[in-house]
Design a protein around this ligand. Structure first.
Ligand code: ZN
Length: 159
């Protein structure tokens, strides 16, 4: 698998508005905000050079991020960009790497992502994200993507 760059670092937060305010006080700017209905999260992306921070707030109790926050907050995952996600997954599978996703799932911004098991990556949850976007994945992000007070920025595309 050829990792092109760190796409983003995912940080779990209990309150997105409060976390955005804290990061804005640190000098960061929100590039895009969106609800990813399939992942039960609301996310905000804050650019850091060519990478970004992804703040994740759970939208439902019992979701992956909600359960993570019951134990701790802070860094949740590291996301690396790959050229082709199917190729990356089949390469890793051939090497016997433990995967959480056997096939890609829709991520934020119409992306296609897949997660590698933390035991295969030194205890870090590793997200793979395919370069570029696909239309059907946009639709999969769902109507919730444009809802609420973040709707204006959610309409902006994020890559
Ligand atoms: Zn992520």
């Amino acid at each position: 698998m050829k990792a092109l760059k760190i796409d983003h670092l995912g940080i779990a937060v209990p309150d997105l508005a409060a976390a955005v305010a804290a990061y804005e006080a640190l000098g960061f700017t929100v590039q895009a905000t969106e609800t990813v209905a399939t992942e039960k999260v609301r996310v905000a992306f804050l650019p850091v050079g060519e990478s970004r921070l992804e703040l994740l707030e759970p939208t439902e109790p019992g979701s992956v991020i909600a359960r993570f926050l019951e134990k701790r907050s802070g860094l949740h995952h590291v996301c690396v960009l790959v050229e082709d996600i199917e190729t990356a997954l089949s390469e890793l599978r051939a090497r016997g790497v433990a995967l959480l996703d056997e096939s890609p799932r829709p991520g934020a911004g119409g992306s296609r992502v897949a997660f590698v098991h933390p035991r295969a990556a030194g205890g870090v949850l590793l997200e793979l994200k395919e370069k570029g976007q696909r239309r059907q994945a946009d639709a999969a992000a769902g109507p919730a993507a444009g809802s609420g007070r973040y709707s204006r920025s959610a309409r902006r595309s994020c890559r």
